[in-house]
Design a protein around this ligand. Structure first.
Ligand SMILES: *Cc1c(COP(=O)(O)O)cnc(C)c1O
Length: 386
């Protein structure tokens, strides 16, 4: 049984015989790409999210880049991005030759400030909205601003598998959503991602342009090796091995999500008793979180040392992470390129400096969750002491 010496990593992919058998089957078949697993995975995922189309890609980053590329985002364009997110959200804008316009985030959710978006909306070509740690952003406000100014909303759903906004799931709220199947996210396909959309034309474009811009109406099955290319495209395909792993994982997703919600609730109960810790509510208005992890946010004034608290947690065998380690505009690349400075994105900077992300994934037992909660209480005491 788990003792206080057993360590709980921040994340651990849940791989068992089902994934091993699925991978073996693909490898033995000899069909490693362009097979049946990828379309089967796309169909299952689209159904799960309630999206008319799902297009499998090699990562969430590839998916977001592909959507922007298909929308013709390029030099001279500006795309709004929250200041607190994975750097991928901003990088895909840069990769198109466009400029990210950073918007600070809300101090009660970590999501892009709707007023901040409205303030920079004039002249935007798109917004990449992030559902921070799985809590959907204020999409009514974001969509209203986008509609008023006539630009598309693209959702970064990397941590938002099954997150809800009213009756809909994340990934069906804007023009398109991009999901991540990186090993420690809600479910994995090793590397991998999925773009969801309700736009038929965009779906066809995404499918063609993830694979070199092949025109499949020429040649196809009747003339092997013959095709035309009518557009510029990438190789952003998902392999059959990855899709087979994804299919096995989606079978277990209900269980994964139940454990996440349970662990989040247990941990939150413990942390709500600690005055120095802020925990964002997982249900806010129409938004219901997919519980990627529990962010314990320490006071802005630095009265609790994160380094000391994390060190104590590590000694107690509790793995942690940080989401994310810098306001994106203050990462060196962006700082040097655009001249951003500390103090311009106060909430994002607070979260970057004072957040401890705690694990709630399916590798965390109920007993572990309680242990993490207790360890946090001690960790705060350690963090406060000198
Ligand atoms: C992990 C993450 C990504 C990147 O996902 P990949 O599948 O590794 O490309 C993008 N955005 C957010 C918010 C993430 O957390």
């Amino acid at each position: 049984m788990s003792s206080s010496r057993t360590s709980i990593p921040f994340g651990r992919p849940q791989i068992d015989d089902q994934e091993l058998a699925a991978v073996n089957q693909v490898l033995e078949s000899g069909i490693l790409v362009h097979g049946e697993a990828t379309p089967a995975f796309e169909e299952r995922f689209a159904q799960r999210i309630g999206a008319p189309h799902a297009i499998a890609v090699s990562s969430c980053t590839a998916g977001m880049h592909l959507v922007l590329f298909c929308k013709g985002i390029g030099p001279g364009d500006k795309v709004a991005v929250p200041a607190m997110t994975h750097v991928a959200t901003a990088h895909v804008v840069e990769l198109c030759g466009a400029e990210p316009v950073f918007v600070d985030v809300d101090r009660e959710s970590g999501n892009m400030l709707p007023d901040g978006l409205a303030a920079v909306a004039e002249g935007l070509s798109a917004v990449l909205v992030v559902h921070y740690l799985g809590l959907p952003a204020d999409m009514d406000a974001v969509l209203a601003t986008a509609a008023k100014h006539g630009f598309p909303v693209i959702e970064d759903c990397a941590l938002a598998v099954d997150a809800r906004y009213g009756e809909q799931k994340a990934g069906t709220l804007g023009l398109a959503g991009s999901f991540s199947f990186y090993p420690v996210k809600h479910m994995t396909s090793i590397e991998g991602g999925m773009v969801t959309t309700g736009d038929d034309e965009l779906a066809a474009m995404l499918a063609a342009r993830r694979a070199f811009g092949y025109d499949r109406t020429i040649g196809a099955r009747t003339k092997p090796g013959i095709y035309d290319v009518n557009a510029l495209g990438f190789n952003y395909r998902m392999s059959e091995v990855e899709a087979a792993v994804g299919l096995a994982q989606i079978d277990k997703l209900d269980y994964f999500q139940d454990v996440r919600a349970r662990n989040f609730a247990i941990l939150k109960e413990h942390l709500d008793e600690i005055d120095e810790v802020t925990v964002f509510e997982p249900v806010q208005g129409k938004a219901r979180s997919s519980h990627y992890c529990l962010n314990a946010v320490l006071p802005e004034d630095g009265s609790v040392s994160r380094d000391k608290a994390v060190e104590h947690l590590r000694e107690q065998g509790v793995g942690t992470s940080v989401h994310y380690p810098s306001a994106v505009p203050l990462f060196t690349y962006y700082k040097l390129k655009y001249g951003y400075d500390s103090g311009q994105f106060p909430v994002a900077e607070w979260l970057a400096a004072q957040t401890i992300s705690l694990p709630v994934g399916p590798h965390v037992s109920e007993e572990d969750a309680r242990r993490i909660g207790m360890a946090m209480k001690d960790a705060i005491l350690h963090g406060k002491a000198g």
